[in-house]
Design a protein around this ligand. Structure first.
Ligand SMILES: Cc1cc2nc3c(=O)[nH]c(=O)nc-3n(C[C@H](O)[C@H](O)[C@H](O)COP(=O)(O)OP(=O)(O)OC[C@H]3O[C@@H](n4cnc5c(N)ncnc54)[C@H](O)[C@@H]3O)c2cc1C
Length: 325
């Protein structure tokens, strides 16, 4: 167990964590507790997430043990602060561009430097899935958005649509309803399926209207979005006038860096791990959190897998008789 006074900052590490969402930060904290010299690399890469990751895009977290209710940013900040209290951890805001095997070690190249690690954890999370219909890409940042918490205030007293039906989509709709005068949830399935508490909150909001069994076929506008075209008439029209459209239809795993190393992925591109150890099929490489292959992706499950990965890395280094750096 180590809580030393001097920060370590050079190029060689026992445990290199790629991704500084809650999973990566918690894994780094555990690595340090196990005496591993740990580097945690995170950036605004891909989905433009800050350190803290995707949880920072929600303002209601009510299911992280120990905290009855807090915002995602508060939770991420608390975990980061805890991680930074260990001098064996260095957190750097850098984008990892390549990971290569060098004998028993790994080279991790970022936009700024190269690091050598005995073990590597992929905690790279996901990026937002795009809506693949005409106009959706064209109007990105001109009315088409992904982060409700970030962009909802832009739609004060406006009319917005939100595509999706999951719990996080419902939470996004609730955030939007605090600002917009009207929020349409457009969902392709029979019924949206948030947690019951969030369904009740949605039902209590007078300015949220749900359009089930309907797809957005196209996004149209001029300088900015003006309307979406639905594949089924709603209240007599397939045109729905909107000032903004939020997309909450899921995420794509950021596993591209792992693939060239021979790390096994499933058909969704998620990294396949042993759920007891967070090990991948390649010795010394681990994965945890939203990038890993599991159906239930939550902060607490990612944190648990990250901590398990740190322990597995510690065991691997010990068994391989490689002294921690
Ligand atoms: C709107 C919304 C609400 C949610 N609400 C809850 C909730 O109430 N409770 C709950 O438990 N969970 C909730 N979740 C799910 C939860 O946020 C995630 O399961 C969890 O935060 C995933 O963390 P992660 O660290 O695995 O991934 P991420 O948070 O995605 O972090 C990955 C990090 O890695 C970085 N990264 C990626 N590639 C690179 C690279 N090449 N180099 C450097 N860095 C890189 C990314 O920028 C990112 O910062 C919610 C999710 C959403 C979208």
């Amino acid at each position: 167990m180590t809580k030393k006074s001097k920060k370590i900052d050079n190029k060689e590490y026992d445990f290199i964590v790629i991704g500084a969402g809650v999973t990566g930060l918690a894994a780094a904290m555990y690595g340090a507790r196990l005496g591993l010299k740990t580097l945690c690399l995170g950036t605004t890469y891909g989905s433009e997430l800050p350190i803290g990751g995707v949880i920072t895009t929600t303002n209601i977290v009510e299911n992280y043990p120990g905290f009855i209710k807090l915002t995602g940013t508060e939770l991420a900040d608390k975990i980061r602060e805890h991680t930074e209290s260990y001098d064996l951890v260095t957190i750097k805001e850098q984008k990892v561009e390549k990971v290569e095997k060098k004998g028993k070690l790994f080279s991790v190249k970022t936009n700024k430097s190269e690091y050598i690690g005995k073990t590597v954890l992929f905690a790279t999370g996901t990026k937002w899935k795009k809506l693949e219909v005409p106009g959706a890409l064209e109007f990105e940042n001109r009315g088409v958005n992904f982060c409700a918490l970030c962009d909802a205030p832009l739609y004060k007293n406006k009319i917005v649509g939100l595509v999706g039906g999951s719990d996080s989509a419902a939470k996004d709709a609730l955030v939007l309803a605090e600002h917009a005068k009207k929020v349409y949830i457009i969902y392709r399935g029979e019924h949206i399926h948030p947690e019951p508490i969030n369904m009740k909150r949605i039902e209590a909001k007078k300015n949220i209207e749900i359009i089930n069994k309907t797809n957005v076929k196209a996004v149209e506008g001029d300088q900015v979005i003006r309307e979406v075209i639905l594949d089924k008439a709603y209240k007599g029209s397939t045109k729905l006038a909107l000032d903004g459209l939020f997309i909450a239809i899921g995420h794509i795993s950021l596993s591209d860096l792992a693939k060239p190393l021979g790390v096994r992925l499933n058909e969704k591109g998620e990294i396949i791990i042993d759920h007891k150890t967070s090990e991948t099929n390649i010795p010394g490489i681990y994965a945890a959190g939203d990038v890993a292959d599991k159906p239930f992706k939550q902060a607490i499950t990612g944190v648990a897998e990250g901590c398990t990965a740190a322990y597995s890395a510690y065991e691997y280094i010990t068994k391989e008789s490689v002294e921690p750096m």
